[in-house]
Design a protein around this ligand. Structure first.
Ligand code: SAM
Length: 205
């Protein structure tokens, strides 16, 4: 039964094109931390198609159990129980050792200070050459990539002024300051992108 599980139509639409990309970037066995897991649809889809990986869901402590109905139904051996992780106050030190990070549709929901904390936390948690894949809508040169993204940005700002589609230029600068270099910027359906960041130096250097 679908009815007792949280459901996102967007996740159903984007999970296949995202998986196609992730399978080319997360090629080695290891543990992938997912930040802002939400419903768990992504976690189940990616873990079931990438059995060489262990998937570690996490979310803000208000939401970290939301994914349980999907995880319980899927009963996959390579998904860990979800962890509470608020990127800004969370205890990154107690995460399991990770080899990569995935996060979808979080940067425009988080306040900019939280986005900064997410990059800093990832930079500390990833090994050198580890990859962070960030999916969502982004703006370029002060412009949105479609009228629908422009409308979406306006509706986010109207809901809460701290939310909004992030500029690639700001993210690049943040990446540079935390050792994360933008390796690839992949165009995906529905005016979304997959930003692929590579940790090029140990954190703090
Ligand atoms: C729009 S939902 C995206 C959920 C899912 N990744 C998806 O693509 O459907 C944004 C997610 O970001 C999470 N989030 C917001 N602020 C956060 C924070 N400070 N730390 C961790 N997660 C946060 C929310 O709990 C929520 O699950």
């Amino acid at each position: 039964m679908q009815t007792d599980k949280p459901f996102s139509q967007a996740c159903e639409n984007n999970k296949a094109p995202i998986l196609e990309q992730l399978s080319g970037f997360f090629t080695q066995p290891g543990t992938i931390l997912e930040i802002g897991t939400g419903t768990g649809q992504h976690a189940v889809h990616f873990a079931s198609h990438l059995p060489h990986l262990t998937w570690q869901p996490s979310d803000h402590p208000q939401n970290d159990q939301l994914c349980m109905p999907w995880l319980d139904e899927a009963r996959l051996p390579n998904i860990n129980p979800p962890l509470p992780l608020d990127v800004i106050t969370g205890d990154w030190a107690h995460l399991p050792a990770i080899s990569g990070v995935f996060s979808a549709n979080t940067a425009h929901i988080m306040a900019w200070e939280e986005v900064e904390a997410m990059f800093r936390g990832i930079s500390n948690a990833l090994p050198v050459n580890g990859i962070f894949c960030l999916y969502g809508p982004f703006s370029y040169g002060g412009r949105h990539t479609s009228p629908s993204n422009e409308r979406f940005n306006r509706s986010l700002r109207a809901q809460a002024p701290h939310m909004g589609i992030r500029a690639i230029e700001d993210l690049r600068r943040l990446g540079e300051s935390t050792g994360l270099v933008l390796e690839r910027d992949v165009d995906l359906p529905a005016n979304n992108r997959l930003l692929v960041w590579l940790l090029t130096r140990p954190s703090g250097q």
